[in-house]
Design a protein around this ligand. Structure first.
Ligand code: 13P
Length: 256
């Protein structure tokens, strides 16, 4: 059985000064269920400057992840952050290819593949985001888009490496629209199938695929109940520690 994985993506929100309170509330909500830390992997994708404080607040209980990395180890890339700098700060994971990076910062499939490769080679866990736009879904191109995004990345992955995928339909991000349980399951099953074709059944069946796009306490348990949905990548709802804790508890409940 795949262990549930619930990740917060704070995007460009919060301040370091707010984090002690955030984690105090979160932890007090989580004590409602014993051993929740053993049942669910929980991660926080924080803005770069918040990473050291987030790391401190998480202790060994939760994973801290960056929201982006640069693919080169060092060099003249003004404004960018290298993997070695993240590792020095104790950060061992990063989101890669979030749709906001693709949309607003022109990240192509090739760049996403290069970043994924750099993470894997450095022993960092990449959480690679894929998903179709509203126009692509309406023109029935969802599976073609997912296959293209996956096929750019999978050649840099080998079966002994650890990677997580997040299916984030762009039309559901920050819009309040969520994919239905059936739409999300269909996409996740398709993703697992493509991964299986490229990397084999054993790898595909142990791969965790997270759903992202207006996930919140009211819709999360239905999504988690789907066979190929292994957790969530949560934007807006993760800014409220009570809501995010409720989602972690739902994932833990499902894991029992
Ligand atoms: P929302 O949960 O705010 O829709 O954001 C989803 C997302 O982009 C997570 O990476």
């Amino acid at each position: 059985m795949r262990k549930p994985f619930v990740a917060a993506n704070w995007k460009m929100n919060l301040l370091a000064a707010q984090l002690p309170d955030y984690f105090q509330v979160l932890r007090s909500e989580l004590t409602a269920q014993a051993n929740v830390w053993q049942q669910v992997d929980v991660a926080f994708a924080a803005p770069y400057l918040l990473l050291p404080t987030a790391h401190q607040c998480c202790g060994g209980d939760f994973l801290v992840t960056a929201q982006n990395v640069h693919q080169e180890p060092s060099g003249a890339y003004t404004g960018e952050i290298a993997i070695g700098m993240l590792k020095e700060a104790g950060v061992m994971s990063s989101l890669v290819g979030h749709s906001e990076r693709r949309q607003y910062f022109s990240e192509t499939d090739e760049i996403v593949a290069a970043k994924t490769k750099a993470c894997l080679q450095a022993g960092m866990l990449p959480i690679v985001c894929i998903g179709e736009t509203r126009h692509e879904r309406e023109s029935r191109a969802t599976q073609d888009v997912l296959a293209k995004q996956l096929k750019a990345v999978l050649p840099v992955v080998s079966v002994e490496q650890k990677i997580v995928f997040a299916y984030e339909p762009v039309w559901a991000i920050g819009t309040g629209l969520t994919a239905t349980d059936e739409q999300a399951q269909e996409a996740h099953a398709f993703i697992r199938g493509v991964v299986q074709d490229e990397l084999g059944k054993e790898f595909a069946s142990s791969l965790r695929i997270l759903y992202g796009g207006s996930a919140k306490p009211e819709n999360f348990s239905g999504l988690l109940a789907q066979a190929d949905i292994d957790g969530g990548l949560v934007g807006g709802a993760s800014l409220k520690p009570k809501d995010f804790a409720a989602m972690i508890l739902q994932a833990a409940q499902g894991a029992l």
